[in-house]
Design a protein around this ligand. Structure first.
Ligand code: BES
Ligand code: ZN
Length: 473
């Protein structure tokens, strides 16, 4: 029996404990965006710190921020071994609309080989996967092939407002040879993938105010400007008839993929029909001239995330609403600059602000895109680990989602980042009935076990650490 077989056997024998731990954690509603759940986010951090300690990290503690706490854990095996910093998050998205869940979001249940609950796939399973891989190594081999530093933040789902400050103030404790980011997914159960690109994100809140209070639409209708109509007109002008963003300059810095890159993308086994079926839409929509995969990865977007204003209750109420608002987001791609885009769209909206009304635009958050080199030796190591489990080499893919801390980790800590996570496109990230496939979790754990072995074999020098006594931390 090989070492890999022994490790797999240990994992197979401990599936129940892994699942129980994940379920206990998902019961804690760590919704970072909602002040009512502040104490729950802390409880989630405490749960994780305890779990990391129990899994074999001698140091496991909460790191306070000006917002929600992060969790830091460390297991230094031998300074000569490579040191890997794992990044993930323990906060989750709000669970609403609650009435669309088939079981309560924070009472996780296993149904037909999947676990349902808020945060199961994004991102608690990826963290449990890593803890389990450490347990397996320690139980079977007695030691880790790498040194690990684990940083699991509590504010990713609400914009990571304090993440950069945190890593700046803790730079020396976060020193490493490589970062492994575990907050992404794959293409399908039999289509393994590693992510080499993420889009960035800019978020605005736009408010349009009219009269000081609601007015009778018979007494005032036709005599004063209506904020909702003004806002609707403003929004209608954000795209042209080809599905392109109509903000001048929006596409200026976009790196347009060449014919060779587009051909390569067309070979990715992206299941477009399945992707659209999971959304239950009649067909694709978007910028003309680009495939669905291109639209969601290498092309930028501008979307409405929410809108409010006026009367939306039962029956009819005849008013001119006093005010309304909208939340807008842009997904940005190489080489768009989040600050430039934030300003371009803000100015565009203000320049076209409807007459007779007061329009304000607030930039809520901005995050950079990520583009990782496809030839880094650590990516090769991750590819071998995934291939050993799935039986085929992973595709290297760009993802449409955003993880702003990744760019901060690369820039502030100077680390190469490998993105390894096991969610699937139809796992209902951020949606009701979020789920994970238990088979993905178990395969992912086997791959994580192998990833540490592969990185240990590469060695610190193989990850670019200069020879000599110097070692991170
Ligand atoms: N895990 C996701 C991002 C993701 C999902 C990347 C699937 C690749 C595949 C992450 O938790 C997330 O949702 N990020 C937010 C960032 C925002 C709140 C700043 C996003 O993309 O909307
Ligand atoms: Zn998320």
């Amino acid at each position: 029996m090989s070492r890999g077989d022994d490790l797999d056997r240990w994992l197979d024998g401990h599936r129940g404990e892994l699942l129980r731990q994940l379920i206990d954690w998902v019961r804690i509603p760590s919704i970072s965006a909602d002040p009512e759940h502040t104490a729950d986010v802390r409880r989630s951090a405490e749960f994780l710190a305890a779990a990391a300690g129990e899994a074999g990290f001698p140091r496991a503690e909460l790191w306070e921020t000006a917002g929600h706490p992060a969790v830091f854990a460390e297991r230094m095996e031998d300074p000569r071994l490579p040191t890997v910093l794992i990044y993930a998050h323990h906060d989750v998205q709000p669970a609403d609309p609650l009435d669309e869940w088939t079981s309560p979001p924070f009472e996780p249940v296993v149904v037909e080989g999947e676990l349902r609950g808020r945060g199961v796939v994004d991102d608690k399973q990826n963290v449990c996967m890593h803890l389990e891989a450490v347990r397996a190594h320690l139980a079977v081999v007695g030691r880790m092939p790498v040194n690990l530093r684990l940083l699991v933040e509590g504010e990713e789902e609400s914009g990571s407002a304090h993440f950069e400050d945190l890593i700046r103030s803790r730079r020396s404790e976060l020193a490493a040879d490589l970062a492994v980011i575990s907050d992404t997914g794959m293409l399908g159960p039999e289509s393994p993938a590693l992510t080499i690109g993420l889009r960035g994100l800019v978020y605005w809140e736009v408010r349009v105010a009219g009269p000081a209070h609601d007015l009778h639409s018979g007494l005032y209708g036709g005599t004063v400007a209506n904020p909702v109509l003004g806002l609707a007109t403003l929004l209608a002008g954000l795209h042209d008839g080809e599905g392109r963003v109509a903000v001048p300059g929006f596409y200026e810095a976009v790196r347009v993929p060449g014919a060779a890159e587009r051909q390569e993308m067309a070979r990715i086994p992206f299941d477009e029909a399945g992707f659209l079926a999971a959304a239950e839409v009649p067909g694709p929509s978007g910028e003309r001239g680009w495939s669905t995969l291109e639209r969601r990865t290498v092309r930028p977007t501008l979307d409405v995330c929410g809108i409010w204003g006026g009367y939306a209750g039962a029956g009819a109420k005849t008013i001119i609403p006093a005010r309304c608002g909208v939340k807008l987001s842009a997904r940005i791609v190489p080489d768009q600059d989040p600050d430039v885009i934030a300003d371009l769209v803000r100015r565009h909206l203000l320049d076209r602000a409807p007459a007779g009304l007061t329009t304000t635009v607030e930039v809520v958050s901005r995050g950079r895109w990520v583009s990782a080199p496809p030839d880094h030796p650590a990516l090769g190591a991750a590819g071998r680990a995934v291939e050993a489990v799935w039986g085929r080499a992973p595709s290297l893919v760009r993802e449409g989602g955003s993880i702003p801390p990744v760019a901060a980790i690369a820039a502030e800590l100077g680390l190469a980042c490998v993105l390894f996570g096991v969610g699937l496109p139809d796992d209902r990230f951020h949606a009701p009935n979020e789920r994970l496939r238990l088979e993905q979790l178990h395969r992912g754990t086997r791959a994580a076990v192998r990833l540490w072995d592969e990185l240990g074999t590469l060695g610190a020098a193989g990850l670019g650490r200069p020879a000599g006594p110097a070692s991170p931390g």
